[in-house]
Design a protein around this ligand. Structure first.
Ligand SMILES: Nc1ncnc2c1ncn2[C@@H]1O[C@H](COP(=O)(O)OP(=O)(O)OP(=O)(O)O)[C@@H](O)[C@H]1O
Ligand SMILES: [Mg+2]
Length: 269
């Protein structure tokens, strides 16, 4: 059974009989990097759909094409061939300016190294994507304040990144990723720099956001992170190797086990 069929047959409360539209739909996606002496085929024809509200972990060995795929999903680059739909728009057909516009208006990024602007406060960092759209009014400020509270930083609005812990900085980055109401939140190794207590903090935030309907697509090397997602897509040699749903009961068990472990570690500190 394909993952799409499994979704349709799963009686899950957030996808009534597979009626959710796709946040993205990828068909035979190829990305070749042409260098002087050789061509690197980073993606050799990848196809899958991500319904709205999904939570996908992308895994695979180093060099298998994970970041390449995430960069295409994030409109940072254009495919060599194939299609990648965002809503009804195919990014393969877009000009660089159109890609930049979509990127600033409808894509949310979270990076391993947070990528916050050191001179800006929490509430200003959250507004950065809006700044690029020339939107910086009272309404936008209020939205940033609401998101800061949403990620538990309502009392840190005027702090700068150096005055925050790693987990708090990553929460600012997550709030920033939500400010333009993205098609999906894209995260490349979002917990790669974090200890297990802080990783748990970030993963429970992703759980909550996903329960609220946010679509999340993250790249990870860690089984602990992947088992929290709804679905695991594995790449190998630029091809889709496996695409499996995480059993909801095992997912729930992983959540409990990891939260307990984090609480035990925190109690020792
Ligand atoms: N800008 C580029 N120019 C040329 N080759 C590239 C470029 N970016 C990636 N590649 C090549 O494409 C392949 C896939 O790279 P990619 O970064 O997508 O892998 P990855 O799965 O993210 O690996 P990792 O787990 O190490 O981050 C690799 O062989 C890499 O060397
Ligand atoms: Mg990578």
């Amino acid at each position: 059974m394909s993952v799409a069929d499994a979704y349709r047959s799963q009686d899950s409360s957030d996808n009534v009989a597979g009626t959710r539209p796709n946040a993205t739909s990828i068909r035979n996606l190829q990305k070749h990097y042409v260098l002087k002496s050789e061509t690197v085929k980073a993606l050799r024809g990848v196809s899958f759909d991500v319904p709205e509200g999904d939570y996908v972990a992308i895994m695979g060995p180093s060099g298998s094409g994970k970041s390449t795929l995430l960069n295409l999903l994030g409109c940072l680059d254009k495919p060599t061939s194939g299609s990648l739909l965002l809503g009804n728009d195919d990014i393969a057909m877009m000009t660089d300016d159109q890609l930049a516009e979509i990127r600033s208006e409808r894509i949310g990024f979270v990076f391993q190294s947070y990528n916050l602007i050191q001179q800006l406060t929490v509430v200003e960092n959250i507004q950065v994507p809006l700044f690029y759209q020339g939107k910086l009014g009272g309404k936008e400020y209020q939205r940033a304040v609401t998101l800061a509270s949403r990620v538990g930083l309502g009392d840190r609005l005027d702090h700068r990144p150096t005055q925050l812990s790693g987990g708090q900085q990553q929460r600012v980055a997550i709030a920033r990723s939500l400010v333009n109401d993205p098609y999906f939140v894209l995260a490349d190794e979002p917990t790669g720099n974090l200890d297990s207590v802080t990783t748990e903090e970030i993963l429970s935030l992703f759980d909550e956001l996903n329960a609220e309907g946010r679509t999340i697509i993250l790249v990870t090397h860690e089984d602990e992170v992947a088992e929290r997602a709804k679905r695991v897509v594995r790449l190998k040699d630029g091809l889709l190797h496996t695409d499996t749903l995480n059993d909801p009961a095992r997912r729930e068990a992983a959540k409990k086990r990891q939260a307990l472990h984090a609480a035990e570690i925190a109690a020792q500190e």
